[in-house]
Structure formats: structure tokens, C-alpha cells
Design a protein around this ligand. Structure first.
Ligand SMILES: [Zn+2]
Length: 286
């Protein structure tokens, strides 16, 4: 059964920020429960400081967790600091589980790809995408792919890869693809080829941001139909080849008139649905 690595410790209800990301894990898991597609909520342990220091400077990690340095939301909220090791733990353990079982897992987490070696920003504090890649590499994955389809360029991810010379990571960021200038249809046409270029990876980390939607205030290019196609085009081929995959949420900033985030939740539902069917396919092949 599809595993979602979720703990209430990773959600922050009252973070004063334009971004709803800190409170999103709880809302997104609730919305998936209403779909009627059975899944398993998997418990996990938070990441240690030692692990966080595999991707960040010791001063930065201690500063953020000790409330002396601003987090990626630009505040020193104790609630955010308490949630961060859980957010990273969700991603790391979902990744290791997918790798071990040659399966697909979900980590309902956001806020990684702008986080650099010694600073955060753009709602990102710790780069759990790179952390998960390093932990998977330590567990035996020779090559790890990060397919980042959030609307914005994963500058933090690339900075850490370059600085720490993490040659085992293959990184693609939607936000840095010049093909977008030719329109969303051209990009969708190119997507199967982009996905195929990751076939030699032992594990795929898919950062499935929904701020790439055309109505997103901080996005966006893709129509609702193209968003649904996107998640299917990325997820299905790896399941067919039994290449392990972990999926995270990343950005999404559309607000309803009453301040809710139902549009964002609907868009994340496309990813959930594609992952759910990929998991079924995996079970049948086993
Ligand atoms: Zn974004």
C-alpha cells in the first residue's frame, strides 16, 4: 500500500507568512483521506543535527534550531524550528523506504530548494532534497536524480551540489528551463525526454511543486490539464521500470476567497493519484 510519511509534528498552524507551506502537510493529508484511495500513514523519526550538517554549515543549523538565525520564512519562530527536523525526517525516511523496497513513497513536505549551504530564503530553510539524496547514496544508490518541477529555479539545490561536489546527483529544475519561453505546450512535449534522461538513476526524488500552475500568484505556466499530465508523465515510467521514487510537495500559493487553499490541494491530488496507481502497478509487478 502507498506510504505517506506524515507526522503532525511537521505541520505548523500559525506561521505568519504569505506561504501556506508550513501548515500544508496536515491539510493535504486530510484531503487525500477524502479521496477514498487507501494509503498508509507511516511514522518516522526526525532528522538529527548531525544529518542536517551533511548539507549545511554547522553554524547555520545550530543558529536556526537555536532561534538565533532566521529560518527560510525570515522569522525565528520556535514552532517552525521544532517542525524542521520532522520535515527533513519525513523526506529522508520516505526516500530510504522507497529505495529499500523499490517502491514509490510520498513525503508531504515543502520548502527545500532555495535553501543554500549556509542560508535560507524563499520559504526554504533546510535542503532536504539534497539531504535525502546524500542519505540514499550512503544507503547504496550510485546515482540519484532530483526532478524539480516547482515553478522556481532550485538555486539552493544547485549551490549545495556544486559546493559539496555531489557528482552522483543529476538535477533538473523546471524554473531554469529556457524551453518554457516557447510556451507550456512545447515544454509538455519535451517532458518525456527529460524524464528519460534520468533512466540511469537508482532513485528519483520528484519535487512536484504546484506553483507551476498558470493561476498561481508566484507562478506559473501550466494549465490544470497539463498539471495532471505532468505528474503522470513523470511518475508512471519510473514505476514501470521499477526505479524507486519519492515525491514531495514544494510550492503552491493560490488562495480561495475565504483564505483556504483548496485549489492547491486539488493540484496536489493529481500527484497523489498518479503515485497511488504507480504503487498499485509496483505491487502487481512484484
Ligand atoms: Zn516555487
Amino acid at each position: 500500500m502507498l506510504k505517506v510519511f506524515y507526522s503532525k509534528n511537521q505541520s505548523v498552524k500559525n506561521n505568519s507568512s504569505f506561504s501556506p507551506s508550513a501548515g500544508k502537510p496536515e491539510l493535504v493529508v486530510e484531503s487525500w483521506k477524502k479521496r477514498g484511495q487507501e494509503f498508509h500513514i507511516q511514522e518516522f523519526t526526525p532528522s538529527s543535527r548531525e544529518d542536517l550538517k551533511l548539507v549545511h554549515s554547522s553554524d547555520y543549523v545550530d543558529g536556526v534550531l537555536g532561534l538565533k538565525t532566521s529560518n527560510g520564512f525570515g522569522n525565528k519562530s520556535p514552532e517552525v524550528a521544532a517542525a524542521l527536523p520532522w520535515i527533513c525526517g519525513s523526506m529522508v525516511e520516505a526516500t530510504l523506504d522507497a529505495f529499500k523496497n523499490k517502491s514509490i513513497t510520498i513525503s508531504p513536505t515543502s520548502g527545500a530548494h532555495h535553501a543554500r549551504y549556509s542560508s535560507g530564503g524563499g520559504y526554504c530553510t533546510f535542503n532536504f532534497l539534497v539531504l535525502a539524496a546524500i542519505k540514499a547514496h550512503q544507503a547504496g544508490a550510485k546515482k540519484v536524480g532530483i526532478i524539480d518541477l516547482d515553478c522556481h529555479y532550485g538555486d539552493g539545490t544547485q549551490e549545495i551540489i556544486n559546493r559539496l561536489k555531489l557528482d552522483f546527483i543529476q538535477h533538473y529544475s523546471f524554473g531554469g528551463d529556457p524551453r518554457l519561453l516557447q510556451g507550456s505546450a512545447k515544454w509538455i512535449e519535451a517532458l518525456p525526454g527529460i524524464v528519460e534522461s534520468f533512466n540511469n538513476c537508482d532513485l528519483i526524488i520528484y519535487n512536484a511543486g504546484v506553483d507551476s500552475h498558470i493561476d498561481d500568484p508566484l507562478g506559473g505556466y501550466l494549465t490544470t490539464e497539463q498539471m495532471e499530465m505532468r505528474d503522470s508523465i513523470v511518475i508512471k515510467p519510473f514505476a514501470q521500470k521499477k526505479i524507486p521514487m519519492v515525491v514531495s510537495l514544494a510550492g503552491g500559493y493560490q488562495k480561495d476567497e475565504d483564505g483556504g487553499i483548496s485549489k492547491v490541494l486539488d493540484l496536489h491530488g493529481f500527484m497523489f493519484n498518479a503515485a497511488w496507481f504507480a504503487d498499485k502497478l509496483n505491487q502487481e509487478v512484484k
